[in-house]
Design a protein around this ligand. Structure first.
Ligand code: HEC
Length: 104
C-alpha cells in the first residue's frame, strides 16, 4: 500500500514537471537557457538558485510584473520573451516556475 502511494506521488510529480518542461521548450526558452551552462541567458540552475524559496516572485516575473534579479544588465534581452508566456493560465505559469526551480 505504501509503495502504491509513493508510486502515485512519483507519477504525479513527473507529469507536473513534464508539463512545465513542455511549455519551456515549446515557447523557445530552451534556446537561451540551458540546465547548467551559461549561454545567451543564465542557466536554469542559476535562476533556480536566485529564486529558491521565492516561487511567487518567479511567477510574478513570468507574468511580466517582476524585476530581474539574476542578471539585470541583460533584462532588455529577456523582457520581450515574456510576451509569449505572460498571458498563460496561472497553473501553466506555476508548472513553468516549478520546472525552473527544480534545477537548483
Ligand atoms: C533570446 C534569449 C532568451 C530567450 C529566448 C529567453 N530568455 Fe530568459 N533570459 C535571457 C537573458 C539574457 C536573461 C538575463 C536577464 C535577466 O535576468 O532578466 C534571462 C533571464 C531569465 C530569468 C531570470 C529573471 C530574473 O529575475 O533575472 C527567467 C526566469 C527567464 N529568463 C525565463 C525565461 C523563459 C520562461 C523563457 C521562455 C518564454 C525565456 N526566459 C526565454 C535570455 C532569454
Amino acid at each position: 500500500m505504501r509503495n502504491l502511494v509513493m508510486a502515485l506521488l512519483f507519477v504525479g510529480g513527473v507529469s507536473l514537471a513534464t508539463d512545465g518542461a513542455k511549455i519551456f521548450k515549446s515557447k523557445g526558452c530552451a534556446s537561451c537557457h540551458q540546465p547548467t551552462a551559461e549561454t545567451v541567458g543564465p542557466s536554469l540552475k542559476k535562476i533556480a538558485g536566485a529564486y529558491a524559496g521565492k516561487k511567487a516572485d518567479l511567477v510574478k516575473f513570468l507574468k511580466g510584473q517582476g524585476k530581474a534579479i539574476v542578471d539585470p544588465a541583460k533584462e532588455a534581452i529577456m523582457r520581450p520573451q515574456l510576451t509569449m508566456i505572460k498571458n498563460l493560465p496561472e497553473d501553466q505559469l506555476e508548472a513553468l516556475a516549478d520546472f525552473i526551480l527544480k534545477h537548483k
